[in-house]
Design a protein around this ligand. Sequence first.
Ligand code: ADP
Ligand code: MG
Length: 702
Amino acid sequence: MNISDPIQNLKGVNSKITKQLEHLNVRTIRDLLFNFPRRYDDFSVITKIKNAKIGETCTISGIILSIENTRAFRKRMTITSATISDGERTIKAIWYNQPFLIKNIHKDQAINIAGKVGFQQKSLVMQNPAYEVFNFEKDTTHTGRLVPVYAETRGITSRWIRLLVKNALPFSSQVEDILPKEIKEKRRLINAKEAIEKIHFPKNRSEQAEAKKRISYEELFLIQLVILNAKKQLESLGAPAIKPDIEFTKKILKTLPFELTDAQKKALWQVFKDVEKGYPMNRLVEGDVGSGKTLVALLSAANAAKNGWQSAFMAPTEILAIQHFYEAVKVLGDFNLNIALLTASAQKVYEPELKEIYSPKKNEIIKMINSKKADIVIGTHSLIQDKVGFKKLGLVILDEQHRFGVDQRAALIRGSASVPHLLSMTATPIPRTLAMTAYGDLDISLIDEMPKNRKKIITKVVPSEKRKDAYAFIESEVKKDRQVFVVCPKIENKDDADLTDRQFNTQEIKAVKDEYEKLSKKIFPHLRVAMLHGKMKPKEKEKIMKEFKGKEHDILVSTSVVEVGVDVPNATIMMIEGAERFGLAQMHQFRGRVGRGEHQSYCFLFSESPSEVSLERLKIMEKCESGFELAEYDLKLRGPGDFFGKNQSGIPDIAMEALINPRLISEAQEDAKEILEKDPSLSKYPKIFDRISKMRKEVHFE
Ligand code: ADP
Ligand code: MG
């Protein structure tokens, strides 16, 4: 028998169990061995009954003096109760609705029970304890140790899985150990076989830690190899060498009513250095909303244009694309550049000679792009449609880059003759550990400094009893002529992961509509309330956004998706509904929508009866102003799932956890570099080569 055999070949697995295991993605014996425990029950303390303390968890060994089923008719359940003696004292075990137990365990048998000790009717008792018939020759499985607890599915409990894993453990010797011996010695890592055994049945916490370290190290090491390989491949490609035109850039800067911040200057300089080289830049500019990333991007595009190269600037939404277009015209309008906007429903061209914006047909714009008449093209996904083929694409700018998939990037590149430079921008702060792994193939420029004129935003978590006061305050602000954003989360749904995009949108839109109804009819009937959501036509959205900017509405209710990046300096209040459902870093981005003008701004977080934990989490927002710190909190409190979308990345849970271990990441990175230096094609490590080839296909962080 072989580790790759189908699971039904394993002892104890019938066709019913095979089906159930399939729900856990377990199809082969290997899958079962790599289905790691979610957590462990610590039943390792074995005590005499006389030493058992009420409230503590332990294992007790004894003989069953009596066992019987009784029926509690009113509650319609069967109660199995047993009295167990260890020779000195007795303890009671009680199980609910497991009448079959008396077939498995009976009077005079030696048994272990494990669980929390309680006290009931003058007797020590364990409710629903784990149990196993005692056998001197065998290790315990369910009691008397750290007991693995697995993800369960209907009809198959952890208890079942434990037994199956025990049957499968002999196959762990067939697990390929891909790590070179030197690395294992240097990093004190155990063998693969040992790691598999110990992750399931560790003797103690330190064995469990050893196993976890080994398994996560392997994942991190492979991730680093994939990243380093991707970087190397990129460097082997040719890209236009774009010379920085400093004089030209200075001329543009002189026309701005402000100076660049030091962080902006540094980021721009890093971009200039990158595009000068003959291979493609892959840089991420990361900075809070309003930190001036767009300007850095526009100056980069202008520099490319001056060198004769076109830029494609892709925004995640039409509204943002339009905003960027006007910003581009404002900043670059006097410098003889042809600027175009192409989205599903909006087409505009800025003609530098006439200094005029006009709206040509879509086909005409595409012609301008394909003939290189357009220097800077701003748009949405429309830029990757079939007919668009940039003649001389030198630079691709992606706003909020992780909204674009790998394929879409590839499609943009496909149109052009050479590989363009890539500049991504994001307001999502990326924790350091993720920067080294998930985003490791990107060079990162941090804009960690805000333009000088920005004011601190006052943030408050609003309990339900203070909601009225908050509404009154909002009203008083509106009376002062200020405006308000309201962001709603989608309605909670247990099966979110299974929702199609359309269903997902529908839910979010319902939440927005409800909120809109409530605010416009009940709370602020005399104020002007507008709403914005993903299902509206782009034209409608644009119209509403324009009206809001032009102060025709006091309050704008919207979904989180539509909201990102839109600039309304007169808005001073950001109100977030269902705040407990958002990540801290995400709320920080919403908060960045206000505080852009001269007035004091506020951010109110509404949460109906939040748990203590989530209230504490929300309170962090009141004190913390740094997106990076907030992102680190998110990572700690919610795990890396927030950054990638759960179950989307193809990374095993255990490696996900390792993504917050900076030391292990550094070590893996160091080792990966070393091995690639010695053997760039990994010809001496065919097993590693296979694994990273597979990984490249499976793992994606977008
Ligand atoms: P981001 O894209 O990072 O969210 P933007 O580039 O949209 O930020 O900048 C927000 C606003 O700040 C824009 O109106 C922009 O013109 C302005 N701005 C950019 N850089 C500076 C600066 N150094 N000083 C003052 N204002 C700036
Ligand atoms: Mg922006």
